[in-house]
Design a protein. Structure first.
Length: 243
Protein backbone atom coordinates (compact mmCIF):
# COMPACT_ATOMS: atom_id res chain seq x y z
CA UNK A 1 0.00 0.00 0.00
CA UNK A 2 1.52 3.32 -1.09
CA UNK A 3 1.12 5.96 1.59
CA UNK A 4 4.15 8.17 0.94
CA UNK A 5 3.08 11.83 0.84
CA UNK A 6 6.19 12.76 -1.16
CA UNK A 7 5.13 10.28 -3.85
CA UNK A 8 1.67 11.83 -4.04
CA UNK A 9 3.16 15.32 -4.29
CA UNK A 10 5.51 14.29 -7.10
CA UNK A 11 2.70 13.00 -9.35
CA UNK A 12 -0.09 15.40 -8.42
CA UNK A 13 -1.82 16.83 -11.48
CA UNK A 14 -1.23 13.87 -13.79
CA UNK A 15 -4.82 12.65 -13.82
CA UNK A 16 -6.12 16.21 -14.11
CA UNK A 17 -4.09 16.82 -17.27
CA UNK A 18 -5.14 13.49 -18.74
CA UNK A 19 -8.82 14.26 -18.06
CA UNK A 20 -8.39 17.34 -20.23
CA UNK A 21 -7.86 15.05 -23.21
CA UNK A 22 -4.16 15.84 -23.54
CA UNK A 23 -2.08 13.65 -25.84
CA UNK A 24 -0.13 11.49 -23.34
CA UNK A 25 3.00 11.73 -25.49
CA UNK A 26 3.03 15.52 -25.59
CA UNK A 27 4.05 16.17 -22.00
CA UNK A 28 6.31 14.46 -19.48
CA UNK A 29 5.35 13.98 -15.88
CA UNK A 30 8.57 15.40 -14.42
CA UNK A 31 11.48 17.33 -15.87
CA UNK A 32 14.54 17.09 -13.64
CA UNK A 33 17.11 19.87 -14.01
CA UNK A 34 20.43 18.50 -12.81
CA UNK A 35 22.07 15.19 -13.67
CA UNK A 36 24.12 14.57 -10.55
CA UNK A 37 23.39 11.92 -7.90
CA UNK A 38 20.32 13.75 -6.57
CA UNK A 39 18.68 14.21 -9.95
CA UNK A 40 19.48 10.69 -11.12
CA UNK A 41 18.20 9.20 -7.85
CA UNK A 42 14.92 11.05 -8.29
CA UNK A 43 14.68 9.84 -11.89
CA UNK A 44 15.20 6.25 -10.73
CA UNK A 45 12.36 6.37 -8.22
CA UNK A 46 10.01 8.17 -10.61
CA UNK A 47 10.84 5.70 -13.36
CA UNK A 48 9.90 2.86 -11.06
CA UNK A 49 6.61 4.67 -10.50
CA UNK A 50 6.00 4.50 -14.28
CA UNK A 51 6.33 8.24 -14.71
CA UNK A 52 7.59 9.82 -17.91
CA UNK A 53 10.76 11.66 -16.93
CA UNK A 54 13.44 13.69 -18.67
CA UNK A 55 16.70 14.61 -16.93
CA UNK A 56 18.74 17.57 -18.15
CA UNK A 57 22.47 17.43 -17.42
CA UNK A 58 24.40 20.60 -18.25
CA UNK A 59 27.71 18.79 -18.01
CA UNK A 60 29.29 20.62 -15.07
CA UNK A 61 29.26 18.88 -11.70
CA UNK A 62 30.50 20.09 -8.35
CA UNK A 63 32.79 17.09 -7.88
CA UNK A 64 34.24 16.98 -11.40
CA UNK A 65 37.73 17.77 -10.05
CA UNK A 66 37.57 15.13 -7.33
CA UNK A 67 39.37 11.87 -7.87
CA UNK A 68 36.76 9.72 -6.15
CA UNK A 69 33.45 9.63 -4.32
CA UNK A 70 33.73 8.56 -0.68
CA UNK A 71 31.30 7.62 2.05
CA UNK A 72 28.79 6.14 -0.42
CA UNK A 73 28.06 2.53 0.56
CA UNK A 74 29.01 0.03 -2.20
CA UNK A 75 30.65 2.79 -4.27
CA UNK A 76 33.35 4.09 -1.92
CA UNK A 77 36.29 5.24 -4.05
CA UNK A 78 34.55 5.24 -7.42
CA UNK A 79 35.34 8.22 -9.71
CA UNK A 80 32.46 10.73 -9.94
CA UNK A 81 32.00 10.23 -13.69
CA UNK A 82 31.86 6.45 -13.22
CA UNK A 83 29.18 6.83 -10.54
CA UNK A 84 27.04 8.89 -12.91
CA UNK A 85 27.53 6.35 -15.70
CA UNK A 86 26.47 3.50 -13.40
CA UNK A 87 23.36 5.49 -12.49
CA UNK A 88 22.53 6.18 -16.13
CA UNK A 89 22.89 2.50 -16.99
CA UNK A 90 20.43 1.63 -14.23
CA UNK A 91 17.94 4.16 -15.62
CA UNK A 92 17.98 2.58 -19.08
CA UNK A 93 15.83 -0.33 -17.95
CA UNK A 94 12.99 2.15 -17.39
CA UNK A 95 11.95 3.08 -20.91
CA UNK A 96 10.14 6.28 -19.98
CA UNK A 97 13.21 7.90 -18.38
CA UNK A 98 15.47 9.86 -20.71
CA UNK A 99 18.65 11.84 -20.05
CA UNK A 100 19.50 14.88 -22.16
CA UNK A 101 23.08 16.15 -22.06
CA UNK A 102 22.00 19.74 -22.39
CA UNK A 103 21.85 22.81 -20.18
CA UNK A 104 18.47 24.35 -19.45
CA UNK A 105 18.42 28.00 -20.50
CA UNK A 106 14.80 28.92 -19.77
CA UNK A 107 11.95 27.74 -17.58
CA UNK A 108 8.42 29.13 -17.87
CA UNK A 109 4.94 28.28 -16.63
CA UNK A 110 2.09 27.37 -18.92
CA UNK A 111 -1.49 26.31 -18.22
CA UNK A 112 -0.59 22.65 -17.77
CA UNK A 113 2.71 22.99 -15.94
CA UNK A 114 6.05 24.14 -17.30
CA UNK A 115 7.92 24.71 -20.52
CA UNK A 116 11.58 23.73 -20.20
CA UNK A 117 13.92 25.07 -22.87
CA UNK A 118 17.45 23.61 -23.11
CA UNK A 119 20.22 24.87 -25.33
CA UNK A 120 19.48 23.87 -28.89
CA UNK A 121 16.22 25.76 -29.19
CA UNK A 122 13.52 23.10 -28.76
CA UNK A 123 11.55 22.63 -25.56
CA UNK A 124 9.90 20.05 -23.33
CA UNK A 125 6.58 20.45 -21.57
CA UNK A 126 6.35 19.01 -18.08
CA UNK A 127 3.69 18.77 -15.42
CA UNK A 128 6.25 19.12 -12.67
CA UNK A 129 9.85 20.36 -12.48
CA UNK A 130 12.40 19.13 -9.95
CA UNK A 131 15.42 21.36 -9.41
CA UNK A 132 18.46 19.22 -8.58
CA UNK A 133 21.18 21.65 -9.58
CA UNK A 134 23.14 21.21 -6.34
CA UNK A 135 25.57 23.69 -4.83
CA UNK A 136 28.44 25.79 -6.12
CA UNK A 137 31.66 26.03 -4.13
CA UNK A 138 32.82 29.60 -3.46
CA UNK A 139 36.60 29.58 -3.68
CA UNK A 140 38.67 31.60 -1.21
CA UNK A 141 40.30 34.78 -2.56
CA UNK A 142 43.68 33.08 -2.87
CA UNK A 143 45.57 32.82 -6.15
CA UNK A 144 45.78 29.21 -7.31
CA UNK A 145 43.03 27.90 -5.02
CA UNK A 146 40.48 27.32 -7.77
CA UNK A 147 42.96 25.50 -10.02
CA UNK A 148 43.86 23.09 -7.20
CA UNK A 149 40.29 22.58 -6.03
CA UNK A 150 39.42 18.92 -5.60
CA UNK A 151 43.04 17.76 -5.48
CA UNK A 152 44.99 19.76 -2.89
CA UNK A 153 42.42 22.38 -1.89
CA UNK A 154 39.59 20.37 -0.36
CA UNK A 155 36.27 21.67 1.01
CA UNK A 156 35.00 18.56 2.83
CA UNK A 157 36.92 16.53 5.42
CA UNK A 158 34.36 13.73 5.33
CA UNK A 159 35.03 13.31 1.61
CA UNK A 160 38.81 13.55 1.54
CA UNK A 161 40.47 13.74 4.96
CA UNK A 162 40.99 9.98 5.25
CA UNK A 163 43.32 10.07 2.24
CA UNK A 164 45.26 12.94 3.91
CA UNK A 165 45.38 11.39 7.37
CA UNK A 166 48.53 11.99 9.43
CA UNK A 167 49.84 14.52 6.90
CA UNK A 168 50.51 18.20 7.65
CA UNK A 169 47.29 20.13 7.01
CA UNK A 170 46.59 23.84 6.56
CA UNK A 171 43.11 24.99 7.54
CA UNK A 172 41.81 28.19 5.94
CA UNK A 173 38.54 29.29 7.48
CA UNK A 174 36.64 32.03 9.34
CA UNK A 175 38.67 34.33 11.57
CA UNK A 176 36.54 33.51 14.61
CA UNK A 177 35.48 30.55 16.71
CA UNK A 178 33.75 28.93 13.71
CA UNK A 179 37.04 28.59 11.87
CA UNK A 180 38.83 27.39 14.98
CA UNK A 181 36.25 24.68 15.55
CA UNK A 182 36.72 23.56 11.96
CA UNK A 183 40.44 23.23 12.65
CA UNK A 184 39.64 21.22 15.78
CA UNK A 185 37.44 18.93 13.71
CA UNK A 186 40.35 18.21 11.38
CA UNK A 187 42.48 17.23 14.36
CA UNK A 188 40.65 13.91 14.13
CA UNK A 189 42.75 13.14 11.04
CA UNK A 190 46.06 14.90 11.70
CA UNK A 191 48.06 16.14 14.65
CA UNK A 192 50.06 18.52 12.43
CA UNK A 193 47.69 21.44 11.84
CA UNK A 194 48.05 25.16 11.18
CA UNK A 195 44.95 27.37 11.23
CA UNK A 196 45.08 30.32 8.80
CA UNK A 197 42.26 32.80 9.46
CA UNK A 198 43.67 35.26 6.91
CA UNK A 199 43.63 38.18 9.37
CA UNK A 200 43.82 38.76 13.13
CA UNK A 201 41.54 36.14 14.60
CA UNK A 202 38.74 37.02 16.99
CA UNK A 203 38.82 33.92 19.13
CA UNK A 204 37.40 33.36 22.56
CA UNK A 205 39.87 32.58 25.32
CA UNK A 206 38.28 29.16 25.74
CA UNK A 207 38.80 28.26 22.09
CA UNK A 208 42.40 29.52 22.15
CA UNK A 209 43.09 27.25 25.12
CA UNK A 210 41.64 24.25 23.30
CA UNK A 211 43.70 25.01 20.19
CA UNK A 212 46.85 25.26 22.27
CA UNK A 213 46.05 22.02 24.07
CA UNK A 214 45.78 20.28 20.69
CA UNK A 215 49.03 21.92 19.49
CA UNK A 216 47.20 23.71 16.65
CA UNK A 217 49.13 26.78 15.52
CA UNK A 218 47.22 29.95 14.58
CA UNK A 219 49.04 31.85 11.81
CA UNK A 220 47.29 35.17 11.18
CA UNK A 221 49.35 36.17 8.16
CA UNK A 222 47.21 36.42 4.99
CA UNK A 223 47.65 33.61 2.48
CA UNK A 224 48.34 35.18 -0.93
CA UNK A 225 48.66 32.11 -3.15
CA UNK A 226 48.89 28.34 -3.19
CA UNK A 227 50.89 26.15 -5.55
CA UNK A 228 51.55 22.48 -6.07
CA UNK A 229 55.07 21.48 -5.10
CA UNK A 230 56.09 17.86 -5.35
CA UNK A 231 52.55 16.61 -4.90
CA UNK A 232 51.97 18.76 -1.82
CA UNK A 233 50.50 22.23 -1.29
CA UNK A 234 52.83 25.20 -0.87
CA UNK A 235 51.47 28.38 0.69
CA UNK A 236 52.90 31.82 0.00
CA UNK A 237 52.08 34.26 2.78
CA UNK A 238 51.75 38.02 2.57
CA UNK A 239 55.25 38.60 3.97
CA UNK A 240 56.77 36.34 1.30
CA UNK A 241 57.27 33.35 3.56
CA UNK A 242 56.45 29.93 2.17
CA UNK A 243 55.03 27.03 4.09
Amino acid sequence: MATCEAYATAIRGTSLADRRGMDPDSIVDVAIIGGGPAGLSAALLLGRCRRRVVVFDGGHHRNDESGAVHGFLTRDGVPPAALREIARNELRRYGAVHVEDRRVTDLARDRDGFVVTPDGGDHVRARRVLLATGLVDVHPPIAGAEALHGRLVLPCPYCDAWEKRDLPLAVYSHADDRGARYALLLAQWSSDLVFYPGRPAELSSEVREVLAARSITVDERPVERVDEAGGALELTLADGARR
